[in-house]
Design a protein around this ligand. Structure first.
Ligand SMILES: [Zn+2]
Length: 198
């Protein structure tokens, strides 16, 4: 095991700027006689679990581990960069439409938003966007970002909140777009806003 670990290139940037996902150094190999040719790797808590058929030579195992861990590192790095881009974009929107007053700490894509397009934790200044938005026009994504950013200024959906979000020129249009998208998904009602509260 230790020989295998030594062969894996060290993971630089163990903690991303935004605390984004990194690849653990600990590697566990699970061999299965029922597994034929396929090898795969995934992160489970504090370790990388590599699944491979039993009966491989140590050299073959080592090569698979190297390749799979390198691939994981690349995909996690891409994810971190995408997350950083999103934060920069949110800050730009804050500058342009919210007088720079909304100052998020982290903005990230998530897969488990349910029917909500976005959410905002005011205390931790964290914004999450549903990855269902990734396929949508950028001006729609920006409208959801502006909505969640505005919650950093006004936590509810009061008139003060709407005064902020309406500074984004296509806000009403984006809401209509999202209502249509929600209807097409058979999910949220047309009355729901980006985070399903208004
Ligand atoms: Zn809201």
């Amino acid at each position: 095991m230790s020989a295998l670990r030594a062969s894996v290139p060290p993971v630089s940037e163990q903690s991303g700027i935004d605390g984004g996902p990194t690849v653990p150094e600990r590697i566990e190999i699970r061999r299965s006689a029922r597994r034929r040719r396929t090898v795969s790797a995934r992160v489970e808590a504090d370790r990388v679990v590599v699944l491979m058929p039993s009966g491989l030579t140590p050299a073959e195992e080592e090569r698979h581990v190297e390749e799979l861990v390198a691939r994981l590192q690349r995909s996690r790095r891409r994810l971190r960069l995408a997350t950083q881009d999103l934060l920069g974009r949110a800050r730009g929107l804050s500058e342009t439409y919210l007088e720079g007053r909304a100052d998020p700490v982290s903005v990230r894509w998530v897969t488990n938003q349910g029917r909500r397009w976005g959410s905002c934790s005011v205390g931790s200044r964290t914004i999450r966007l549903s990855d269902a938005l990734e396929q949508m026009p950028s001006w729609v994504v920006d409208a959801v970002l502006v909505h969640e950013l505005a919650h950093l200024l006004v936590p509810d959906h009061s008139a003060a909140f709407h005064a902020w979000v309406s500074r984004y020129p296509r806000y009403a249009e984006a809401q209509a777009f999202l209502s249509g998208a929600a209807w097409a998904r058979g999910g949220a009602t047309a009355a729901e806003g980006p985070d399903g509260r208004d």
